[in-house]
Every structure is written in structure tokens, then in C-alpha cells.
Design a protein around this ligand. Structure first.
Ligand SMILES: Cc1cc2nc3c(=O)[nH]c(=O)nc-3n(C[C@H](O)[C@H](O)[C@H](O)COP(=O)(O)OP(=O)(O)OC[C@H]3O[C@@H](n4cnc5c(N)ncnc54)[C@H](O)[C@@H]3O)c2cc1C
Length: 460
């Protein structure tokens, strides 16, 4: 039997789309770098069906790319030529919220926002939050170990992950839907899959940790003159601002551009650095008093030159709209989006050096900086130097990642490696580390059927 006939016989015709039935969204993630339509798109609705689909593909020596919400920014979910895509959208839904243990068990295709809302209805906070919350899926955020805006308080996805069920390339189901906080029983397969980018297994279900739902949140947009002040604000906030849940920084040109695009005037003229600071807690009056006291002291000490405190969710939403930069891809149609991690103490020196190095090579190139300063994560938005010419883009990336290497940073803070950063992985990982990663890949997927060419490269 042919591959498609085999898959259709097991999954049913509605779960196997091929040829013109495959929707365009299966071609590329949000990096818009995908070039190949998968030969088929599989839509299993249970772990058993994922297992059967992978076992059939394995028998046919058919490579498979797992697809979640397709919001990834590293090309990780893009099909290679001749690949089958396996999407998890029909394997969705919350299975259990355990109020005593404060955990949520859910299926991998559940959209993050749906899970957040279910947690909230049950009186809990699901502490993972990203700008793509309306589309990205639980399996995708685990496979990418996504970060987001509240990492400073609640950690990355892996810090909120207790257990997973996953299917190996040959169809073997490995279930570890652990709900225990303490469980030292050997190698941690759950954590191994966090950040594995669909190269080791297809995640089908997960257990996430929930937190108490904060009853109050305070948000301010602050103006600062100097990056040293950003660092001082962060240091003091860690000590004196209980419930600190976000500290985001925008360089002047980024803030000015995105503020204008939103059609609002929050801080005008744009300060050298604009910072969003946010804290959450249980008692609104106490939180507000502590928050405003903290800002007052920072203003008195000259760390801040101005601060706007949001008086409503709408005002806080306006601050976040500028930071999340929803207009960025319209304003910079040939956008290269880089996502690096650095010691906060080296961030300003890095940004200045990076802008200089890129302008020395590509005159007048627009390079904007913003990011999650509270956890050392800097986003760099640059124009493609020569739109459509990959060599120039590679040159730009090589310049930036070499500077990251010299600064002892990471070339991917939270977006993953995918295909776009694969060639530069050695800037952040030693040969010994890469050898261990290849050995793990060979152990779990000896035939190289799962997401080939991603993260470690095709031949690894
Ligand atoms: C507007 C916007 C804002 C964003 N903000 C952030 C942010 O703040 N922080 C951040 O970290 N990222 C951010 N991202 C990037 C992206 O949303 C995250 O990387 C997210 O985790 C991707 O989830 P997804 O379901 O869309 O995965 P996809 O893009 O579909 O896939 C991502 C990777 O995971 C693999 N995969 C998907 N599902 C599974 C599964 N069930 N099992 C195994 N492998 C799987 C794929 O093969 C691929 O390698 C943003 C993206 C956008 C467009």
C-alpha cells in the first residue's frame, strides 16, 4: 500500500490531507521562510492515532515535521521537501485541573490562550504568556521551551512543566504525566523534550504547574536616561518590589517608531530608554501603595525621569501594545528578528557595538533593540540588508552571533534554533555538547525521521 493509502486506512480520510487539500498555513511558520508544501498533512485526534501515524511513516521511511500553531520564529515547523506534516490541532482540550495539587493536564494541540482562560476560570494563573497566545499551542511552547514576558517571575516553559506524554519516531508512546514536584527517579525525559523542537518526539499531552491567580496587577511605563539606570532599576525592583512580574526595555528609536504606529503619545519625546515595569499580588491596595512608593523613590533618586502608572487595563494594554510591536512587520517588511541572551551588565555595550558593526558593513541599515531586560533577553529587529538575498542575511547573522559569542551570550534566548540559527549553534554550544545532542538524537530517532534538518542539521 502507498503511504497515503496506509495513513488514510488507519486515520480516516478527514485526517489525511494531500495535494491541493493541504492548506497554505502548513508551508511556513511565522518566520515566513518555509518553501515546501508537505506531501500530506496529518490531523490525528488521539495519542493512539499519533502513534499509528508515526509508526506508518517510519515503516515507509517517511520524514515527518510536527506542527503546532505555526507561530515559531526559527523555521522549526517548516516542512522540508517531500516531508509529511503532523499537526496537533485536533488533539486539543483540557483534561483536568487539579485544584489541590495546582496542576493542569491538557492535550498538546490546546491553544495557549484557551488554557490560560480555563486556568483563570478555575481561580489559577497559567504563568506562561507570549504575544502569540491566541495561536501557539501547548506542544509548540514545550517543544520550543518558550519564554515570554513573565519569565522574570515564573520562569520559562520548562520551569512550569511537570510531565509529558510523547510519541517517538517509531510510534512508541512514552508517558510520564507526572504531577509530583519532587520526583528523582532517573533521567528527566520531560525536561529533555523541553526545547527539543520536534526532533526527539511528538508531544501529545502535558502536565503544567499552576499558580495562585493574582488579584491585582500594577503596570507603569518609565523614562530613563541611561542603561545604567535600567540596571539599577532592575536591581532595586528585585529587592524592594515584591511580585515583580515584568521588566521590559525599549531603546529610543524602537519606542518612538512603535508609539507612533499605535497612534498614541505616551512619552513624548521618546526617552533614551523606555521601561515597562509590572508587579502582581493578592491585595490591590497594598500592591498599589508599594508600587507607587517604589516608583516615587526611583524618581527621587534620579533613576527615572518620568513614570506613567496605568489606571486601567486599557492603559496598561497601550503600554504593552508598543512593546509587543504588532506593527513591526508592517513597518519593516523585510524584517530579520533576532533573539539573543546576554548578561544584563553587557547588554548596552553589546547593542552599541552591534549597531556599529552592522552599519559599518551595511550603511544606513535600520537596527532596533528591545527585550525582556529583566531576564537578559534582547530582541534585535533589523532590515534585511538586500531583500531576498540569503547571503547578505547570513552575513548579518554571522556578525551579530559572533558578537554574542564574544560576549558569552546565547544566540537563542527563547525562539529556538530551527533552521535559521542552525549554522551558528556552535557560537553558543561546545563541540562536546553538540556531540551529546547528536547521540541523544540517534538514540531516540536512529533513522532521523523526526523533523530532519532542524536544530542539529540534516546529516547529524
Ligand atoms: C507575535 C508573536 C510573539 C511571540 N512572542 C514570543 C515570546 O514572547 N516568547 C517566545 O518564546 N516566543 C515567542 N514567539 C514565538 C512562538 O510563538 C513560540 O516559539 C511558540 O512556542 C511556538 O508555538 P507553536 O505552537 O506556534 O509552534 P510551531 O511554530 O508550530 O512549532 C515550533 C516548533 O515546535 C515543534 N512542535 C510543535 N508542536 C509540537 C508537538 N506537539 N510535539 C513536538 N514538537 C512540536 C515544531 O516542529 C517546531 O520545531 C512569538 C511569535 C509571534 C508570532
Amino acid at each position: 500500500m502507498s503511504l497515503i493509502a496506509d495513513l488514510t486506512a488507519r486515520l480516516g480520510p478527514g485526517a489525511v490531507l494531500s495535494g491541493a487539500e493541504v492548506p497554505a498555513r502548513a508551508v511556513s511558520d511565522a518566520s515566513e521562510t518555509g518553501r515546501h508544501r508537505p506531501v500530506a498533512l496529518l490531523r490525528p485526534s488521539s495519542t493512539d492515532e499519533v502513534s499509528a501515524a508515526l509508526a506508518i511513516c517510519h515503516r515507509h521511511a517517511q520524514p515527518v515535521v510536527p506542527q503546532g500553531g505555526m507561530t515559531g520564529l526559527a523555521g522549526g515547523a517548516n516542512p522540508g521537501e517531500g516531508e509529511v506534516a503532523l499537526c496537533l490541532d485536533r488533539l486539543s482540550g483540557i483534561e483536568e485541573i487539579d485544584p489541590d495539587g495546582a496542576t493542569m493536564t491538557l492535550r498538546a494541540g490546546t491553544v495557549l490562550q484557551v488554557a490560560q482562560e480555563a486556568a483563570e476560570t478555575a481561580g489559577f494563573l497559567l504563568p506562561i504568556d507570549l504575544g502569540s497566545r491566541g495561536s501557539c499551542q501547548i506542544g509548540g511552547i514545550i517543544a520550543n521551551n518558550a519564554g515570554g514576558v513573565r519569565v522574570i517571575r515564573h520562569g520559562m516553559t520548562r520551569n512550569n512543566l511537570l510531565g509529558v506524554e510523547a510519541v517517538l519516531a517509531d510510534g512508541t508512546v512514552v508517558s510520564n504525566l507526572n504531577k509530583l514536584t519532587k520526583n528523582n527517579t532517573g533521567y528527566d525525559l520531560t525536561q529533555l523534550l523541553a526545547g527539543s523542537e520536534g526532533t526527539l518526539a511528538v508531544i501529545t499531552r502535558a502536565v503544567l504547574r499552576l499558580r495562585p491567580l493574582p488579584r491585582a496587577r500594577c503596570t507603569a511605563l518609565c523614562a530613563l536616561e541611561d542603561f545604567a539606570d535600567v540596571i539599577e532599576l532592575l536591581k532595586q525592583a528585585r529587592i524592594a518590589l515584591p511580585g515583580l512580574s515584568a521588566l521590559e526595555v525599549m531603546w529610543e528609536d524602537y519606542f518612538a517608531l512603535l508609539q507612533e504606529a499605535e497612534g498614541i503619545r505616551l512619552l513624548s519625546p521618546a526617552p533614551p530608554f523606555a521601561v515597562i515595569i509590572e508587579a502582581e499580588g493578592m491585595d490591590e491596595a497594598r500592591l498599589t501603595e508599594g508600587f507607587e512608593d517604589f516608583l516615587g523613590r526611583a524618581l527621587g533618586a534620579g533613576i527615572l525621569t518620568d513614570a506613567l502608572v496605568a489606571r486601567s487595563l486599557k492603559e496598561a494594554g497601550a503600554f504593552w501594545a508598543v512593546r509587543e510591536g504588532h506593527h513591526l512587520s508592517r513597518l519593516m517588511p523585510h524584517l530579520i528578528n533576532l533573539d539573543v541572551s546576554l548578561d544584563i551588565g553587557r547588554m548596552e555595550e553589546f547593542a552599541t557595538g552591534c549597531r556599529r558593526a552592522l552599519r559599518d558593513r551595511f550603511a544606513d541599515i535600520r537596527v532596533l533593540f528591545f527585550g525582556h531586560a529583566g531576564d537578559g533577553n534582547l530582541h534585535i529587529a533589523a532590515d534585511e540588508p538586500l531583500p531576498g538575498q540569503d547571503d547578505a542575511t547570513h552575513e548579518l547573522c554571522a556578525i551579530v552571533y559572533d558578537l554574542v559569542r564574544k560576549a558569552g551570550g546565547s544566540i537563542s534566548a527563547e525562539h529556538g534554533i530551527g533552521t535559521l540559527k542552525r549554522a551558528y549553534l556552535g557560537c553558543s554550544r561546545s563541540p562536546a555538547e553538540l556531540a551529546v545532542m547528536r547521540a541523544l538524537k540517534r538514540a531516540l530517532d536512529p533513522e532521523g525521521m523526526l523533523n530532519p534538518g532542524k536544530l542539529l542539521g540534516a546529516a547529524e
